[in-house]
Design a protein around this ligand. Structure first.
Ligand SMILES: Nc1ncnc2c1ncn2[C@@H]1O[C@H](COP(=O)(O)OP(=O)(O)OP(=O)(O)O)[C@@H](O)[C@H]1O
Length: 242
């Protein structure tokens, strides 16, 4: 099925009580593609993320991953099919070490504790944190914590990785490390979706962006073309594109 998109979202609607957070959203994601979701606060990006990852229940529409309908499945079942996500606020076990955090996640894919630990060690090496493996997460910088969260998401051995505002709150000098880790993941064939407000990161990382506004798709295309569109610029009025 290599010709098929890895992910197909069709006519997705999410209604939260009185508020329609997504109002008929459709898009595809190709295998190996790095896609950015952008748009002003409240546009529906995180809701779309949650619907794909199984933490938000769609009101209507379909989501097809690798040829299977996944809309409405529980998050752990979606994770098992090969979709991993990170959260805007890192959700790690702060009293455990970096290695222990990643091992817990690797244990869902490996029966033996030893194999899980070896895989976790390998993943910490991939993200450049082998030297901090035995540090408690609470002692790490936010940038390093985010890298532990990426290693943990990778321990699920995903085909699709979704990162929610990976760079928010991170010092500029830590960006390039995280960006190079993510760029290297292209060689593994991984598909990536990022929600990100920092346009420089979007420009450097993604092949294509989708602009959300008021629960709908306003524009899509390559990052620089999309940012030049008047409708997109107007949406960001008062909140200029960086
Ligand atoms: N659990 C919820 N219950 C009710 N309303 C919600 C819930 N989650 C989000 N919303 C509302 O749905 C709309 C879309 O929110 P969402 O978080 O998806 O936007 P976003 O584009 O990710 O914004 P941000 O960039 O601020 O994270 C907003 O109006 C938000 O207040």
């Amino acid at each position: 099925m290599t010709g098929q998109p890895l992910l197909q979202v069709r006519d997705l609607v999410v209604q939260y009580d009185g508020l329609r957070a997504l109002d008929g959203v459709s898009f595809d994601v190709r295998r190996g593609e790095f896609l950015g979701l952008i748009g002003p606060n409240g546009a529906g990006k995180s809701t779309a993320f949650g619907a794909i990852a199984g933490t938000v229940r769609p009101t209507a529409g379909t989501i097809t991953f690798d040829g299977r309908p996944i809309q409405g499945l529980a998050g752990h079942r979606i994770a098992k099919l090969g979709i991993s996500r990170t959260f805007q606020h890192v959700r790690l076990f702060t009293s455990l070490t970096a290695l222990e955090n990643v091992t817990v996640a690797a244990a869902t894919r490996h029966r033996s504790r030893r194999t899980a630990r070896l895989r976790a060690q390998q993943l910490l090496e991939h993200v450049g944190l082998a030297h901090l493996a035995t540090s408690p997460v609470a002692a790490l910088s936010l940038g390093h914590q985010k890298l532990v969260a990426i290693a943990r998401a990778l321990a699920n051995e995903p085909c699709l990785l979704m990162l929610d505002e990976m760079m928010s709150g991170i010092a500029d000098h830590e960006w390039s490390h995280i960006l190079s880790v993510l760029t290297d993941l292209r060689d593994t064939g991984l598909t990536l979706i990022v929600v990100e407000h920092i346009m420089e990161i979007i420009d450097r990382l993604t092949d294509r962006v989708i602009v959300f506004s008021d629960g709908r798709i306003l524009a899509e295309g390559n990052s620089l073309d999309v940012q030049a569109q008047p409708a997109v610029r107007a949406t960001y009025l008062g909140e200029p594109i960086a």
